[in-house]
Design a protein around this ligand. Sequence first.
Ligand code: ZN
Length: 69
Amino acid sequence: MSQFMGNVYDALFGCHHAHLSRAFTIKGRTYKVCTDCGREFDYSLETMSVTDPSPASHVYPVAVPHAAH
Ligand SMILES: [Zn+2]
């Protein structure tokens, strides 16, 4: 029953990623994985925290350098 409620919760509110795995470092990339939905989160060993909490919405408002040469 709890599994059912979990699924409903995820469907209505999305996963809050409350259960992250330990940090893995594979091929130079360190990240944690949400054990609920499987989403990956980049993790910084320097700050000991997730550096990218919302990888699903990658929007970097990077200013494009003036290309006029
Ligand atoms: Zn999750």
